[in-house]
Design a protein around this ligand. Structure first.
Ligand code: CAA
Length: 387
């Protein structure tokens, strides 16, 4: 594996960084405060190809790699973690399963509007009683003459309040556990598709999260995604990709917190000198910088393994676990370095601290990532030194 980026990737990073400096950073604090979904900036990101980064050009996407996608997601999230997750869900949890499991007609119908930003997608897996235990779904479906009839409730659905398309999972018979699940492509315009009110969250406040209740939702037969009974594997393999996106989001938050702390420590004078000159703070900043880089490299590694076409479940979980814990620790240290100023809303580190928390919860908690990592290393000892 190479540890440096190609020229095109550096250019991609620079162009997104410039966009973020002008179009996102000046507004992100206000969007957060007002809990306002940043529709105009999502549209601009889509015009830059960021709604469908890995979608082939012939289907309206940017035709780029997973490594490009993580570079983009880190840069966007460095400015606004809410914008980062809105795009990440559309890319990883909606377009990716459509590309991998959709038939030709489904791809032609659903991918171009989602990749161009004309529509937005969400992923309906989590339920009130099926969080980490994603296989224990209570949402059920049955076949009618010309459609599937689905009933149940999904919760904590990112993009739920705005989504036009939802990849929805339901069980034929809950007693079958994860073997009973099937995936469906549903539209918010289908009769029986109801959104709950937007949740009032601790962080990523500019992104929308809601319940989705389906009440005799009629889904045309041609909208089953993949084979019947394959839903759990579709969900899990989709989340492998999603976890790389969340790792990149976490690296972006951590990078923003590190930069804020560096700059504050250089300016803030106490005891007659900048606080950055005190060894206690220098060590703190050094640890922050080292872990942010380590998290970034693990995220790049997961992306590269995926781009090689290999199974990357382990690498994705490893990256998400380390990057989310890094984001939490680095944001916490950044608040600490700011002292009292870190605890008030005038300084962005307070937002980074709140935004970091979710990265260790959604798309599989840190505890679930540890289970995935442990299962793999206990089966395959060579992985421990696999670079
Ligand atoms: N890829 C492909 N197949 C997979 C897979 C993967 N990553 N992981 C598991 N499978 C397959 C297994 O091979 C197995 O297949 P067989 O039955 O043929 O042997 C089958 O799925 C069942 O696997 P497990 O027995 O390991 O399943 P489990 O029920 O014990 O669950 C788990 C394992 C890791 C705990 C899993 O349930 C999990 O990841 N839970 C967390 C759920 C999660 O991440 N939710 C996030 C919600 S979405 C969200 O947050 C989005 C948002 O809005 C931002």
């Amino acid at each position: 594996m190479k540890y440096d980026l190609a020229e095109e990737q550096r250019l991609l990073r620079e162009s997104i960084r410039e966009f973020v400096e002008h179009e996102i950073i000046p507004h992100a604090g206000e969007w957060d405060k007002q809990h306002r979904f940043p529709s105009e900036v999502i549209q601009k990101c889509a015009e830059m190809g960021l709604a469908g980064v890995m979608v082939p050009k012939e289907l309206g996407g940017a035709g780029l790699t997973t490594l490009d996608y993580v570079i983009a997601t880190e840069e966007i999230s460095r400015g606004c973690a809410s914008t980062g997750v809105i795009l990440s869900v559309n890319n990883s949890l909606v377009l990716d399963p459509l590309m991998r499991f959709g038939n030709e007609a489904q791809k032609q119908k659903y991918i171009p509007p989602l990749a161009s930003g004309e529509q937005l997608g969400c992923f309906g897996l989590t339920e009130p009683a099926a969080g980490s235990d994603a296989g224990s779904q209570k949402t059920v479906y049955r076949e009618e003459d010309d459609c599937f009839l689905i009933n149940g409730t999904k919760n904590f659905i990112t993009n739920g309040p705005q989504a036009d398309v939802c990849i929805l999972f339901a069980s034929k018979d809950p007693s079958l556990g994860n073997k009973g699940l099937t995936a469906f492509i549903t539209e918010s315009g289908f009769a029986g598709f109801n959104r709950g009110k937007a949740e009032n969250k601790m962080g990523i406040c500019a992104s929308g999260t809601s319940t989705i209740t389906v009440d005799n939702l009629r889904v045309p037969k041609e909208n089953r995604l993949g084979a019947e009974g394959e839903g759990f594997k579709i969900a899990m393999s989709t989340l492998d990709g999603g976890r790389i996106g969340i790792a990149a989001q976490a690296v972006g938050i951590a990078q923003a917190a590190l930069e804020a702390a560096q700059s504050y420590a250089g300016e803030r004078v106490q005891f007659g000198r900048p606080i950055a000159s005190f060894q206690g703070l220098r060590w703190m900043l050094a640890d922050m910088a080292v872990t942010v880089d380590a998290a970034r490299l693990l995220t790049w590694k997961a992306a590269v393994v995926r781009d090689r076409g290999e199974r990357y479940t382990f690498e994705a979980s490893q990256a998400k676990l380390f990057a989310s814990e890094t984001a939490n620790r680095v944001a916490d240290r950044a608040v600490q370095i700011h002292g009292g100023y870190g605890y008030i809303k005038e300084y962005p580190v307070e937002r980074f601290f709140r935004d970091a928390k979710i990265t260790g919860i959604y798309e599989g908690t840190s505890e679930i990532q540890r289970l995935v990592v442990a299962q793999k290393i206990l089966k395959d000892h060579s992985l421990v030194c696999n670079a």
